[in-house]
Design a protein around this ligand. Structure first.
Ligand SMILES: Cc1cc2nc3c(=O)[nH]c(=O)nc-3n(C[C@H](O)[C@H](O)[C@H](O)COP(=O)(O)OP(=O)(O)OC[C@H]3O[C@@H](n4cnc5c(N)ncnc54)[C@H](O)[C@@H]3O)c2cc1C
Ligand code: SF4
Length: 493
C-alpha cells in the first residue's frame, strides 16, 4: 500500500479536459493525461483493501461492477505512487492486452465499486491506467514480443474488434499462427469505426495493430467471411475458427416518415465521418454533413452522445438528443447501493460541449417521437413528439404513458437513429451452422464453444452490445479454450 493515509489527505482529481468550445474546432482527443505529481497523489489514495471490489468484474442487476478483466488495480496504484512505472506496466499487461483503449474510453466500472467511493469520490483508476501504458509506449518499454516457438496450428479469427484482437494476441503468444479477417478497410471494429476520433484517436488503434503485425499476426481487410471466403473454406484451411463479428445490426425506428431524406442510422453517420477524416481530412466529402443543420438524435445512449459531439464539430445549427427514460438522480437511489455501478446523472463530454455551445444540455428526457414530417421534396422538415411518464406495474416492469397536451413540433434537417442494436448479423452465423439464442451466438460463457466442432465465439457476437473491456475479457477467454482444444491443455490465463 502506497500511503496509508493517502485517501484522507488527497482528493480525487479528474483528468483535465480541453476547453469544450475550442475543442469543437478539431477532432483530436478531448482529455489530457494526468501529470506525474497528480498520478502519485491519485495512486496514494488507493487503500489496498483486503477485498478489492474494484477488480471483481461481476454483473449485479445487469450492470457491470468492478473490472471484467480483473486488472490488478491496487498493485499498480501502489507502484505508480512509488514511481515504479515499469513494474506497474508489467502488472497491467498481465491482465489487459490493450490498456491504451480502456484507459481512454472504458466507462470504468472499477471506480463505481472502489471502496473509497463508499464515502468519497473513487480513486482515479482509469486515468492511472492510461498513464501507465502511455508511459510504456513513450519510454519504448512496449516492444514486439515475437513467440519463440510455433505450434504449427492455424487459427482464423473473424472480426477485428477488441474481442478478435485480444483473442489473436493471446493465441499468437501461445505460438499458434493467427489470421484475422475483417470486412472493413481498416482493422479495429468499433474501436476504429464507431467510437469517434475525439474519444480515441485512430493512431492509437493503428499503433497497436502494427505491433500485433510485427509479432506475427496476419490481418486481411476488405474480406467478408461468408461472401468473399466461405465458412467451409475457412474451416478446411484452419484448425479452429473464432467468431468475433460483433453485434452491429442496428435497431430501426418503425415510424411514419422513416424513409425521408436526412434520416440516417447513427452508425452510418459515425463510420462515414471517421472514414472521411482518415482518408482525406474530409476533402472527399464522403460523409453526412450536419453543417448549418438542425440535428435531432433519437436514442438516449452513448452512441447518440457520440453523434451529438460529431454534429457539433461539423458546426450544426442546433442539436438535441431524445431519450425515453427520465434523467438519472444526482445521488445513488436506494435500490442502487455500492458496489453496484452508480446510476447517477453525469455530464458526458458531448453534453458538456453542447452546453458550452448552445447554453443548454442537449438531452430531452421522457420524450417519444410520434412521426417525422418531410417537405415537398421528400426531405425531413420536422419531428412531432410527446412527453411520456414512466411508472412500474405490479411485476416491476416499466410502463410508459403519454402525457396529453405535451405534443411538440421540432424543426429538423437531419435525424440520427441511435436506439440500440439487435445483435449480430445472421448470415455469416448461418453459414457456419452455429446455433443462436436471441440472435446471439450460443456459446456458453467460460467455454466459448459453439455447437460446431472447432468454431468458437467471443465478444458482442456472443453477449450482445457491451463494452470494450468485456470484449477483451471474452477474447482472452476464447483464446484459452481454443488453445486447450488445439493442444489438449493450456497455460493461457
Ligand atoms: C458508437 C459506439 C460507441 C461506443 N463507445 C464505447 C466506449 O466509449 N467504451 C466502451 O467500453 N465501449 C463502447 N462501445 C461498445 C464497444 O465498442 C463494443 O462493445 C466492442 O467494440 C465489441 O467488440 P467486438 O470485438 O465484440 O465487436 P466489434 O467491435 O463490433 O467488431 C466486430 C468486427 O467484426 C467485423 N465483421 C463482422 N462480420 C464480419 C464478417 N462476416 N467477415 C469479416 N468481418 C466481419 C466487423 O466489421 C467489425 O469490425 C461503443 C459502441 C458503439 C456502437
Ligand atoms: S479496464 Fe475499465 S474497468 Fe478495468 S481497470 Fe481499466 S477502466 Fe477500470
Amino acid at each position: 500500500m502506497g500511503k496509508a493515509t493517502g485517501f484522507m489527505e488527497y482528493v480525487r482529481e479528474e483528468e483535465k479536459k480541453r476547453d469544450p468550445l475550442s475543442r469543437l474546432d478539431d477532432w483530436k482527443e478531448y482529455s489530457f493525461p494526468f501529470s506525474n505529481e497528480t498520478l502519485a497523489r491519485q495512486g496514494a489514495r488507493c487503500m489496498d483493501c483486503g477485498t478489492p471490489f474494484c477488480h471483481m468484474g461481476m454483473e449485479i442487476n445487469g450492470l457491470t461492477s468492478g473490472c471484467p478483466i480483473h486488472n490488478l488495480i491496487p498493485e499498480w496504484n501502489d507502484l505508480v505512487y512509488r514511481g515504479k512505472w515499469k513494474e506497474a506496466l508489467d502488472r497491467l499487461l498481465k491482465t489487459n492486452n490493450f490498456p491504451e483503449f480502456t484507459g481512454r474510453v472504458c466507462p470504468a466500472p472499477c471506480e463505481g465499486s472502489c471502496t473509497v467511493a463508499i464515502s468519497d469520490p473513487a480513486v482515479a483508476i482509469k486515468g492511472i491506467e492510461r498513464a501507465i501504458i502511455d508511459k510504456g509506449f513513450d519510454e519504448g518499454w512496449v516492444q514486439p514480443r515475437i513467440p519463440e516457438k510455433r505450434t504449427g496450428k492455424k487459427v482464423a479469427i473473424v472480426g477485428s474488434g477488441p474481442a478478435g484482437l485480444a483473442c489473436a494476441d493471446q493465441l499468437n503468444q501461445a505460438g499458434h499462427s493467427v489470421t484475422v479477417y475483417e470486412r472493413a478497410d481498416r482493422i479495429g471494429g468499433l474501436l476504429m469505426y464507431g467510437i469517434p476520433n475525439m474519444k480515441l484517436e485512430k493512431e492509437i488503434v493503428e499503433r497497436r495493430v502494427r505491433l500485433l503485425e510485427e509479432e506475427g499476426i496476419t490481418f486481411i481487410t476488405n474480406t467478408e467471411v461468408g461472401k468473399d471466403i466461405t465458412a467451409d473454406e475457412l474451416r478446411s484451411q484452419y484448425d479452429a475458427v473464432v467468431l468475433c463479428t460483433g453485434a452491429q445490426k442496428q435497431r430501426d425506428l418503425v415510424i411514419e416518415g422513416r424513409e425521408l431524406n436526412g434520416v440516417h442510422f447513427a452508425m452510418d453517420y459515425l463510420t462515414e465521418t471517421t472514414k472521411s477524416l482518415l482518408n482525406s481530412n474530409f476533402a472527399d466529402k464522403k460523409f453526412i454533413d450536419a453543417k448549418d443543420k438542425h440535428v435531432i438524435v433519437i436514442g438516449g445512449g452513448d452512441t447518440g452522445a457520440d453523434c451529438v459531439a460529431t454534429a457539433l464539430r461539423q458546426k450544426c445549427k442546433s442539436v438535441v438528443q431524445f431519450g425515453k427514460h427520465p434523467a438519472l438522480p444526482k445521488e445513488r437511489a436506494e435500490g442502487n447501493p455500492w458496489p453496484q455501478a452508480p446510476l447517477v446523472f453525469t455530464l458526458d463530454y458531448a453534453y458538456e460541449e453542447a452546453k458550452s455551445k448552445f447554453g443548454q444540455d442537449p438531452r430531452q428526457f421522457c420524450i417519444q417521437t410520434k412521426k417525422i414530417v418531410g417537405d415537398e421534396n421528400g426531405n425531413v422538415k420536422e419531428l412531432h413528439t410527446i412527453q411520456m411518464e414512466k411508472s412500474f406495474d405490479e411485476n416491476g416492469n416499466a410502463v410508459f404513458k403519454e402525457i396529453p397536451g405535451t405534443e411538440k413540433v421540432w424543426p429538423c434537417d437531419l435525424v440520427f437513429i441511435a436506439i440500440g442494436f439487435e445483435g449480430p448479423e445472421q448470415p455469416v452465423l448461418k453459414q457456419f451452422g452455429v446455433e443462436t439464442v436471441n440472435r446471439k451466438v450460443n456459446a456458453p460463457y467460460g467455454k466459448f464453444t459453439t455447437n460446431v466442432e472447432g468454431v468458437f465465439a467471443a465478444g458482442d457476437a456472443r453477449r450482445g452490445q457491451s463494452l470494450i473491456v468485456w470484449a477483451i475479457h471474452e477474447g482472452r477467454g476464447a483464446a484459452r479454450e481454443v488453445d486447450r482444444f488445439l493442444m489438449g491443455a493450456t497455460n493461457l490465463p
